[in-house]
Ligand binder design. Structure first.
Ligand code: PLP
Length: 374
């Protein structure tokens, strides 16, 4: 059996008529950039997020740095995040001209460890940038408390967790702004690149809106800006998909539960931890091989058996030799949990359109490997 890592084409086929209708609508309207479809999706996404404003932009990386820039963060400033995230989190800080300060993650959730934040705060710290990693919210109440004490901004990197929630809080409630990505493989993915900022903050709304489109508040009037627009074909795709997102995430939750039940007795691996009461939307289902020396053996065994397993992220940001170290980033403390995760992680196929047979096949192969290696 072949089990892919993504279900893009299955998803398209499942709602083909709705997507095709929106694409045709955009093509017939003749307005392909910041036209009516863009405005429609903007409204729908703000409502879905429970926030006043959504500002669509070119991609998730831009969503982060446009927000940082709108908050006045730049050269000489420090932004604290953790090192086991997609590279773009730190990259966006560097693009804004600030320094990424990388700390350890929590051993169980893999999200930023609030206890590590305090030690990393200096007179230059301006902002905390937690990531809702793999689709599970970071400990926002603890993060907000630290931010309030030290008068820091909080921006949430929610590229992986659209429709996720905490036990007592929603995404966006305990921060100044939220950045997300709509690249195809994300839970809400378009047919290419896309991103958005959602916020209740008037200033962030106004300034990111200007920055993303040549600093132009009106025709022929320009201040300082860039080009980071979401085109209307992608907005049409996203508008069609948004209606299904919650149900699709419910499917991910169902498959995660099936994996966790099926792999419960494995001796050689640790299963992902889901915080009680949180809505974890399982962008990724990441197991850890207890013995790092055997991680690649499991990965190769699954790949050889037709299962497209991957790693997220086997080279942590502080282990990237090519990153502009020095002004670009620095590390605070021992990144023990981050390094363990990089050495031990294996991501199993996770998308709403999986079938029970496929999930059971993946489980049977992991268990077969476990028997021989446990
Ligand atoms: C995907 C992702 C991004 C960047 O999104 P792009 O749309 O690829 O620029 C940023 N942060 C995290 C955690 C991501 O997973």
């Amino acid at each position: 059996m072949q089990v892919g890592f993504y279900g893009h084409v299955r998803q398209y086929h499942n709602i083909k008529s709705e997507i095709d209708a929106n694409i045709a609508k955009v093509l017939e309207s003749g307005e392909y950039v910041h036209g009516p479809m863009n405005k429609q999706f903007e409204k729908e996404f703000a409502a879905f997020s429970g926030m006043k404003y959504a500002i669509p932009c070119g991609n998730g990386t831009d969503a982060i740095w446009l927000t940082l820039m709108a908050l006045g963060i730049g050269p000489g400033d420090e932004v604290i995040t953790h090192a086991n995230t997609f590279f773009a989190t730190a990259e966006a800080i560097w693009i804004a001209g600030a320094t990424a300060v990388l700390v350890d993650c929590d051993s169980k959730t893999k999200c930023i460890d609030p206890a590590q934040i305090e030690a990393a705060i200096t007179a230059r710290t301006r902002c905390l940038l937690p990531v809702h990693l793999y689709g599970q919210c970071a400990d926002m109440p603890a993060i907000k408390k630290i931010a309030d004490q030290h008068k820091l901004w909080v921006v949430e990197d929610n590229a992986q967790g659209v429709d996720a929630a905490g036990d007592t809080f929603k995404v966006g409630e305990l921060s100044n702004a939220v950045a997300t990505s709509f690249i195809s493989q994300k839970n809400l993915g378009c047919f290419g690149d896309g991103g958005a900022i959602v916020t209740n903050n008037e200033h962030v709304n106004q300034i990111t809106r200007l920055l993303r489109a040549h600093g132009s508040p009106a025709r022929n009037v320009h201040s300082f800006g860039f080009n980071s627009r979401l085109d209307d074909l992608q907005a049409g795709v996203l508008s069609a998909k948004l209606k299904h997102l919650h149900a699709w995430n419910d499917e991910r939750i169902k498959w995660a539960a099936r994996y966790s039940a099926g792999l419960r007795d494995a001796k050689s691996i640790d299963l992902p931890y889901a915080k009680p009461g949180y809505r974890h939307v399982w962008h990724l289902y990441v197991i850890e091989v207890k013995n790092p020396a055997k991680r690649d053996s499991l990965l190769e065994f699954l790949n050889k058996n037709g299962i497209d397993a991957k790693t997220h992220y086997s080279i942590a940001i502080h282990q990237q030799a090519g990153f502009p170290w020095g002004k670009g980033a620095r590390v605070v403390g021992a990144l023990t949990n981050v390094e363990k995760n990089a050495a031990c992680c294996v991501s199993l196929p996770m998308f709403p359109e999986l079938t029970a047979d496929e999930v059971d096949y993946v489980i049977s192969k992991v268990m077969e490997w476990d028997k021989a290696n446990g």
